[in-house]
Ligand binder design. Sequence first.
Ligand SMILES: [Zn+2]
Ligand SMILES: [Zn+2]
Length: 113
Amino acid sequence: MVKKKIKLSNRQKKYRKYLNSKEWEEIRVELHIVRGSKCERCSSKKNLQVHHLTYDNIFNEELEDLELLCAGCHKSEHRPIKKKKRQISFQKKCKMLESKEGRKRLKKLKYKF
Ligand SMILES: [Zn+2]
Ligand SMILES: [Zn+2]
């Protein structure tokens, strides 16, 4: 676990550096030209940020991997996934509590309320 954490922060450091690099600047400029310098969701022209649809080609992105979003759309793009996940799992747990088998399974998972 500890090793994994170190790896991740190194990657994050590399990514931060990359966001300040000439290569990334060029990709961003190209993206703005191709997509018309507006949010691809709501057409806002304010606070535009680049969203990664995939990190498969990170440090060597294709324009197809990226989406131009305003700050608001970018935020909501990242937020609801987490929320949804938590909600679903919570509802699932509640459902499991309603049945004997579910409660047994929760015990097995050592789930604490
Ligand atoms: Zn937007
Ligand atoms: Zn993003």
